[in-house]
Design a protein. Sequence first.
Length: 260
Amino acid sequence: MAARRWTSATIAEMLASLERSHGKSRYIPRFDPMDELISCILSQHTTDAHSFPAFTQLRERYPTWADVVAAPVAEVASTVRLAGLSNQKAKNIVGSLQKIHEQFGDYSLEPLRAWPTAEAMVWLQTLPGVGPKTASIVLCFAMGRETIPVDTHVFRVSWRLGLIKEEIGEVKAHGVLMKLVPQELAFAFHTLLIQHGRTVCRAPLPSCEKCNLAERCAWLKSDGPGKRQREMARTRKRSLKARKAKKVEVPGGSVNDSKN
């Protein structure tokens, strides 16, 4: 279903409905902008259970960002190894710190507070390892800007509802959703869709019977959940058939694995 069915008014109604289910969103700053940036780089392709301890170890070992830049990259990588992909993440962290210092003369993102949001988004994405999601998180959670970080939950709920097309992917979804969602609703949109994606509109199959947005859901109206369920059943059937048909060669012929 086309995204044009959604207007500022219907998006506001949708968020009000989600608030009744998940509670009202409150903005609470987590880190200062620099801490937010580096913790986001560490969080890529891993979980908070791994990235947060890695961030803590980084800050404990290097009291200042200048200390991180001065350290051998291999040492930084060893410090954050718990976050995974530590060699690349260490290079991105050091490279980002260097570029920030070159731009602002300090290891600080505070000057971005005076920049228009769109310009700050573009500049942040010039840093090594920083894409639209990381840039949006820094601006949203550390500076209170009206951006929409698009994670897997926000993306999934958005395309299922028909706000965006699934094929555009998470990266392009940032720009499309920023144009579609009223600025004053951006933070609520991000947080409520995450909650809805985690608890109701889950992958691979949602709990549509619990969803108070079912009447507006493009995916449900196109029998998306039913098609997904049937597809999963066929996949399980093929897998079971393949396991039963699998044979191992033995002298004089072959027998099923279960007979070995």
